[in-house]
Design a protein. Structure first.
Length: 448
């Protein structure tokens, strides 16, 4: 028990003591007592939740942002490395392939090994065992991470081919996210040369929805009877969480709940992948508010998964980022304190705020106050006014206010934490390589 609590302290940079330590120990004891945390019973269902770009310090800053432990904190199990076959710093394609198939490949490659051979993924192995499957993401659903579980291409950029494979070749039953343009022909404003994959999907028993209201009103999809669901809610990626038009786009939690409801109809079980795609994009922009608010949206989806797993008793929930992004720190070069909680009032990305500036940026104080509730100092305002890139300057000023530092605009090679809840979740305890994760899951599910 104390080894796990110690790992929480190491992976987040925050040492729990006193009441905080007692709460974590008590929560862990409760989880073990109900038989769902570390039992060795066979796993029927897996919900593989991937917060793209989420590292240990993302977890620490999010805890400060939230003001209390996140749902995953009491389920910390270990850490894992993320390097690809040809780079110490992976991209999402190589990392996704490792997490899906247990094979190292080069950056940019999806579902193929170094010789160009297709590799079987844990999702495909689940389908071969008679289970249903699903993909959910806030990016285009054909983006690198979800694609790594159900497609095989030499370049992650070939999203139209990934879409074709989803509909024409894969056995995925539920597909929810953005990227409608990758399924439509050029003649209808899409990117396919001629194919209309939405029409093809409907011919293959997929019910198609493209708004939040349609998703809410969809009649129960029974995958046991061969029914399927395709939801594409934007031409490209979905909006960042605090820009989301609730009349058009469902939340990640709502998509997750719908996917679980549909897939759980299969008496043989299911395998579901859920990606919180845009935590990564916040990190790439060094936009702390963006990263924290999309982490919040991801946590709400994790809550849906754990609630189902608690009721079901045969479901394993695994939460693991594919890599860390931005080199986020807890405490910045100009602040020794961590103040991520001030980001709660942020309502827009740095990019959006930059677009609202007038030509000489003289309205910078007004814009920042409206969208963040923060009053800039004269020095901070001048920093943005004089910067070559207003977006980057805004993000830097707000990050420094929050006590968050960054080392780069992109991925890093830092190891990331893995959290797990449900039967056989203790198998994730320790320090692993990312290729080991699907092997643990495969054994837990007793797949070939």
């Amino acid at each position: 028990m104390f080894k796990k609590v110690g790992l929480i302290a190491l992976s987040t940079g925050i040492v729990l003591s006193g009441a905080g330590l007692s709460n974590v120990v008590a929560a862990s004891k409760d989880a073990s007592a109900n038989g769902k945390q570390n039992s060795n019973k066979p796993v029927e269902n897996v919900i593989y939740m991937i917060p793209d770009g989420f590292g240990a310090n993302t977890a620490a800053n999010y805890r400060i942002f939230k003001g209390e432990d996140a749902v995953w904190d009491q389920h910390i199990k270990g850490m894992f490395t993320t390097y690809s076959a040809n780079k110490d710093i992976t991209d999402s394609a190589a990392a996704g392939t490792a997490m899906a198939a247990g094979v190292k490949t080069n950056n940019g490659v999806i579902g193929m090994d170094l010789e160009g051979n297709k590799v079987k993924t844990i999702l495909e192995a689940s389908e071969e065992a008679g289970k249903s499957s699903g993909l959910v993401a806030t990016s285009t659903i054909t983006h690198a991470t979800p694609a790594s579980f159900a497609a095989h291409v030499e370049s992650r950029n070939n999203e139209t081919e990934i879409a074709r494979q989803y509909i024409q070749e894969s056995g995925v039953d539920v597909i929810l996210g953005g990227g409608k343009n990758n399924f439509l022909p050029v003649s209808e404003g899409g990117k396919q040369a001629e194919l209309n994959l939405i029409e093809e999907a409907q011919e293959k028993e997929f019910e198609f929805v493209e708004t939040r209201e349609q998703l809410e009103n969809v009649e129960e999809v029974n995958v046991e009877k061969g029914e399927k669901l395709l939801g594409l809610f934007a031409g490209e990626a979905l909006a960042p969480e605090f820009d989301r038009d609730e009349t058009e786009e469902p939340s990640l939690a709502e998509m997750t709940e719908t996917a679980i409801d549909a897939l759980s109809q299969d008496k043989d079980g299911f395998f579901l992948v859920v990606e919180g795609s845009q935590i990564d994009w916040g990190g790439e922009d060094n936009d702390a508010g963006y990263a924290m608010h999309d982490t919040k949206a991801f946590e709400e989806a994790v809550l849906e998964a754990i609630e189902f797993a608690e009721q079901d008793g045969n479901t394993l929930v695994v939460v693991a980022g594919d890599h860390e992004t931005g080199g986020m720190s807890v405490g910045s070069a100009t602040s020794s304190n961590a103040n991520a909680d001030i980001l709660k009032n942020v309502t827009a990305t740095g990019e959006f705020m930059a677009v609202q500036l007038n030509e000489d940026r003289s309205n910078i104080k007004e814009i920042i106050l409206v969208y963040t509730g923060i009053e800039l100092t004269e020095k901070e305002a001048a920093t943005v006014q004089q910067a070559d890139d207003a977006k980057s300057a805004i993000n830097k000023v707000l990050s420094e206010r929050a006590g968050i530092g960054w080392t780069r605009y992109g991925h890093t090679a830092a190891p990331v934490p893995v959290f797990a809840f449900g039967p056989q979740s203790d198998k994730f305890v320790g320090f692993h390589d990312n290729t080991y994760l699907p092997k643990i899951i495969s054994k837990a599910m007793k797949l070939k």
